[in-house]
Design a protein. Structure first.
Length: 353
């Protein structure tokens, strides 16, 4: 490819000829991002993870010379630096995500989600990476559990870098997402197994609401951030929601059970009735980008008087953006959403074969 043709391709697709690193790249988000990028003209994908078994499975499944697998941990700065050399874009997905494990071992959540994120950002800046997108969660807003608290601190770490290094060539931004359907550890595979095994569906609290987003939509959100972020930006994709009972009944009906038995377990420690993707303070500053909200960085410098002596005029009262007040899906709407998932397409195709 000539220099001019390469520049034309890069203008059409910024990932053309680029090297991308994905931390936690063997997880649900990372694996989907790998598939997405391999359909593009990327030069290489560096996957950093600590799970040798998942890496071996990915190596066999993908079988593409552009895939470079690095065994390491975001807690270990040396391993992060080694994987970041020559990289243009970093997608930071490595995290401790399970609410119970973070509740039982909060210091581990801090080491991975906060210290590990700082390591990724610092290594990226040292290597001259163009853009870093850090994955966050709705549980970081008004957090009530250790996972959400550590993710909130991850967001602050990313934004502090942007604020404190205004001349850095590395753009650091954050994406915040709700429940990702059929991701590893999500409730949908549990419901599927319970229906197929003719067991009652176990629900914590039927009226609890959760945002619903597909893995592909989560990848679209990350790519949007890569292409549009200014330093310190926070991006949220607008998403519908349903109650947990609605989701369970939709799964059951798609699999042929129109009257499933439901066992109510009660809310677990660290859970909320409704999740929040944007606080009212963030909504007040957010820019509406169609399918997305962009919240620009509060770019006050290290002049402490700006925190203590100067304030801001707030607009008329606005509400948080929550799974309670977003578009609410009924059973039929939730079924339509589920049917578009590749995992459900394969499941239903197998059932009808």
């Amino acid at each position: 490819m000539t220099s001019n043709s390469y520049q034309e391709a890069a203008a059409a697709d910024p990932f053309s000829g680029a090297r991308v690193m994905i931390t936690g790249g063997t997880g649900s988000f990372g694996s989907t991002m790998v598939r997405h990028l391999l359909r593009r003209d990327v030069a290489a994908i560096h996957v950093l993870s600590r799970d040798e078994a998942k890496q071996d499975e990915m190596r066999r499944r993908v079988d593409d010379s552009r895939l470079k697998l690095f065994v390491g941990d975001v807690r270990d700065l040396d391993s992060v630096q080694a994987a970041t050399v020559g990289v243009d874009f970093v997608f930071h997905a490595a995290a401790l995500k399970q609410v119970p494990s973070c509740e039982f071992f909060p210091e581990q959540a801090v080491k991975t989600n906060v210290v590990g994120s700082r390591n990724v950002i610092e290594a990226a800046a040292q290597s001259g990476v163009r853009s870093v997108v850090c994955l966050s969660t709705d549980k970081a807003v008004y957090p009530v559990n250790a996972m959400g608290m550590s993710k909130a601190l991850m967001e602050k770490t990313a934004q502090a870098f942007a604020r404190n290094h205004p001349r850095s060539g590395t753009t650091v931004s954050v994406t915040r997402y709700g429940n990702v359907m059929y991701s590893r550890g999500s409730v949908i595979p549990l419901f599927v197994n319970q229906v197929l095994e003719r067991r009652p569906l176990t629900i914590t609290e039927p009226s609890m609401t959760r945002f619903l987003m597909s893995l592909e939509e989560s990848v679209d959100l990350v790519e949007y951030a890569f292409l549009n972020a200014e330093p310190g930006d926070l991006f949220v994709r607008k998403a519908p929601a349903s109650t947990v009972e609605t989701l369970a009944r939709a799964v059951a009906e798609l699999l042929g059970d129109t009257a499933p038995s439901i066992n109510r377990l009660g809310m677990r420690h660290g859970e909320k009735m409704h999740e929040t993707l944007l606080s009212r303070e963030e909504i007040a500053k957010a820019q509406d980008h169609g399918d997305y909200f962009r919240v620009p960085l509060d770019a006050r410098s290290l002049q402490y008087e700006l925190y203590f002596e100067e304030g801001e005029e707030l607009p008329a009262r606005v509400d948080d953006y929550t799974s309670e007040n977003t578009d609410r899906l009924d059973v039929e709407g939730t079924k339509q959403l589920l049917q578009r998932l590749p995992e459900f397409e394969r499941l239903l195709a197998g059932a009808s074969a």
